[in-house]
Design a protein around this ligand. Structure first.
Ligand SMILES: Cc1cc2nc3c(=O)[nH]c(=O)nc-3n(C[C@H](O)[C@H](O)[C@H](O)COP(=O)(O)OP(=O)(O)OC[C@H]3O[C@@H](n4cnc5c(N)ncnc54)[C@H](O)[C@@H]3O)c2cc1C
Length: 272
C-alpha cells in the first residue's frame, strides 16, 4: 500500500467528524449517533459497491461488525470480504476458553448494558448460539438476563472480607458540583489533565468513586477526558452502581456468546 501512487489518497467520504450536524432542509439524514429503528432501513441497491473488495485487518468485534454492516448497509457481496487476522482465533479482546463443565479462562468478563445500540442492533440479526430459529443472540441474551437478574450483595469488601456499607455514594455537595462541572466542560479544555488534577481527596475517597473506578477500571492518574466520556456514556447506570443491577452479562464467556455465532453467520454468508 505504501508504495502505490494511491497511498494516502483514500476518499473517506462521508466523514461524520467533518460535518456539523444540524436539522436543515439539505440534511434529511438522521444523525449517526442517534441509533434507533429509523436506522434499520435497507436502501435501494445502486450496485455501486457490488464489485468492491474489502479487506478487514483484525477480527475483533470492530472488524466482525464492520463485515456485518458492509453486507447489510453497503450491500457488498459477502464473498468479497476477507479478514486478515494475525492470530489463529477470531474475537480479539473478546476472548475466552473452556466450557461450562470444567470452567472458563478469560481475561475479563464483559459488563454490558441496554444501550449498546449498534451492538444489539447487529445481534438481533445473528442467529442464537443455542436456541433454535428464529431466536437471535439478542433474544438469547435477554432470556438469560431477564430470568436471572444481575445483582451483587457484596459490591465492596474491606477489612479482610467485611462487606462495606454501600447504601450511599457519600459525595458531598461540593464534589457533586465538581462532577457536574466536568460533565459541562468542553473536551478541548481537558487536554493533559488527570482525574486527580480535577477532583478533591474527599471525592477520591468517596464510595461513589470506589463504585465507579472498580466498575470501569480507572486509576486516579488516568485521563480526565476519558472519565468524562465514560460519565456521559454510563450516567444512566448510576443508580445501579452500588449493587451492579444496572448491568447485564453474557451466559458464557464473550467468545462463545458473541464471537462464535457472529463468525458462523458471516462464514455462512460467504465471508472469508
Ligand atoms: C480485560 C478487558 C475487559 C474489558 N471489559 C469490558 C467491559 O466490561 N465492557 C465493555 O463494553 N468493554 C470492555 N472491554 C473493552 C472491549 O472488550 C474492547 O473495546 C473491544 O473488544 C475491542 O474490540 P476491537 O475489535 O476494537 O479490538 P480487538 O478486540 O483488540 O481486536 C483487534 C484484532 O486485530 C488483530 N490485529 C491487530 N493488529 C493486526 C495486524 N497488524 N494484522 C492482523 N491482525 C491484527 C488482533 O489480533 C485482534 O484480533 C474490555 C477489554 C479488556 C481487554
Amino acid at each position: 500500500m505504501n508504495k502505490t501512487e494511491n497511498h494516502r489518497k483514500v476518499n473517506h467520504q462521508p466523514d461524520a467528524s467533518q460535518t456539523r450536524l444540524q436539522n436543515v432542509p439539505t440534511n434529511t439524514m438522521s444523525f449517526p449517533d442517534q441509533i434507533g429503528n429509523y436506522q434499520r432501513n435497507i436502501g435501494l441497491p445502486d450496485g455501486k459497491f457490488k464489485d468492491s473488495k474489502v479487506y478487514i485487518v483484525g477480527s475483533g468485534i470492530a472488524g466482525l461488525s464492520s463485515a456485518y454492516y458492509f453486507i447489510r448497509e453497503g450491500q457488498i457481496p459477502a464473498e468479497n470480504i476477507t479478514f486478515l487476522e494475525q492470530l489463529n482465533i477470531e474475537g480479539g479482546s473478546l476472548d475466552g476458553s473452556g466450557n461450562a463443565e470444567t470452567g472458563y479462562i478469560i481475561r475479563g468478563g464483559r459488563e454490558m448494558d441496554f444501550t449498546y445500540e449498534n451492538f444489539w442492533d447487529m445481534f438481533q440479526d445473528i442467529p442464537a448460539l443455542e436456541l433454535p430459529k428464529p431466536y437471535s443472540v439478542l433474544d438469547e441474551y435477554r432470556i438469560v438476563n431477564d430470568n436471572d437478574r444481575n445483582h451483587s450483595k457484596a459490591r465492596l469488601i474491606h477489612n479482610k472480607g467485611e462487606i462495606k456499607d454501600f447504601s450511599k455514594f457519600a459525595l458531598n455537595k461540593k464534589d457533586q458540583l465538581v462532577v457536574m462541572k466536568l460533565l459541562l466542560a468542553k473536551k478541548e479544555d481537558l487536554d493533559d489533565l488527570t482525574i486527580e488534577d480535577w477532583f478533591s481527596q474527599t471525592f477520591l475517597e468517596s464510595n461513589f468513586w470506589w463504585f465507579w473506578r472498580t466498575m470501569f477500571a480507572f486509576e486516579n492518574w488516568q485521563s480526565l477526558l476519558e472519565l468524562k466520556l465514560y460519565f456521559h456514556r454510563f450516567l444512566h447506570a448510576i443508580d445501579g452502581l452500588n449493587d451492579l443491577s444496572s448491568l447485564v452479562f453474557p451466559k458464557y464467556n464473550q467468545y462463545d456468546t458473541f464471537v462464535v455465532p457472529l463468525r458462523k453467520h458471516l462464514q455462512e454468508l460467504g465471508v472469508k
